[in-house]
Design a protein around this ligand. Structure first.
Ligand code: SF4
Ligand code: SF4
Length: 295
């Protein structure tokens, strides 16, 4: 039997809605009379952690496979940072399609991630922030995916989005339509030129090595995992308002807020481990800390 199944792999972070993207596209495909499935694969189950979701869509045969998608026809990347920490094109078929959410230009992304696949780039974060007010890019990215692949019709997404989002559907449909309009597309190139970001691993003192009088605050998973790679936002401080209360230091769930070097009483976040949860900004009583989008 001829293989008629199209497979999609979604790369996102917890909270960005990759699973919802997969579900919506499956519902739209089913509405068009195709066979479809959508399912997630979670790693650490928390906001900001990398997550995967998958689709299989087949216009001719029922789908019996239930395994993760290893050799996708289409890869969609919801978070720009994932490009540099995950091999998002792993197994992507020759002449497949890579769709990326990035503020970078098509030319720049192509120089880093171009290959024997069609490439589409859209600044879905900016669109979602403008039209939805949040960095949840699931419905926005659907517009880019539909434009780059034609796997379903745009109008087929309307009903699933209305069903899922109710009163918020109109804004989500608008975001999807805007991404469809703004996504830029490049055809496959023969040579794949990619660069991986290099990290410098630091050695932190063990708790036994701390000076007498130090308070030990046990960190979350940050010390074991480079959770700094997870963040889509980071904290920035206006120290002129800081009263040195230390609440940010106490409340950071990753224990990654540390005394600021050379400035007694002030604190700063270690970006290698900050996962951008925004708790420090919420807890600061003087609005010193603002969460800023990663560039
Ligand atoms: S955003 Fe603030 S509280 Fe959250 S991990 Fe980063 S420094 Fe800690
Ligand atoms: S919580 Fe705010 S005011 Fe308190 S030390 Fe941290 S930044 Fe300064």
């Amino acid at each position: 039997m001829k293989d008629t199944t199209i497979e999609i792999r979604w790369h996102g972070r917890g909270g960005q809605g990759a699973v919802t993207s997969a579900e919506l596209i499956a519902m739209a495909a089913i509405a068009e009379g195709e066979y479809a499935q959508a399912f997630p694969s979670f790693g650490p189950e928390r906001r900001g952690a990398p997550v995967l979701a998958f689709n299989r869509i087949d216009n001719a045969n029922p789908i019996r496979a239930r395994s993760s998608v290893i050799n996708p026809d289409i890869v969609a990347v919801l978070d720009p940072g994932l490009l540099y920490i995950t091999d998002v094109v792993s197994g992507l078929k020759q002449n497949g399609t890579l769709i990326v959410n990035s503020p970078k230009s098509l030319v720049d992304i192509k120089s880093e991630f171009g290959g024997p696949w069609k490439l589409a780039v859209v600044n879905a974060t900016a669109i979602a922030r403008e039209l939805l007010g949040v960095n949840i890019v699931n419905t926005t990215m659907l517009g880019a995916v539909v434009k780059a692949t034609g796997i379903i019709k745009m109008e087929s997404l309307v009903e699933p989005i209305e069903e899922r989002f109710g009163a918020r559907a109109k804004r989500n449909i608008d975001a999807c339509a805007k991404a469809y309009k703004e996504a830029e597309i490049a055809e496959p190139v023969a040579v794949r030129a990619r660069q991986k970001r290099e990290f410098q691993v630091e050695k932190w003192p063990a708790w036994q090595e701390l000076l007498p009088g130090c308070v030990v605050i046990e960190a979350g998973s940050a010390s074991q995992y480079r959770t700094g790679d997870w963040k889509s936002q980071h904290p920035e401080s206006d120290y002129s308002k800081c009263i040195k209360c230390g609440l940010c230091y106490i409340y950071c769930p990753e224990g990654c807020i540390v005394p600021k070097l050379g400035e007694e009483g002030f604190f700063e976040a270690d970006m290698y481990y900050c996962k951008g949860c925004g708790i420090c900004a919420q807890e600061c009583p003087k609005d010193v800390i603002t969460m800023v989008e990663e560039s």
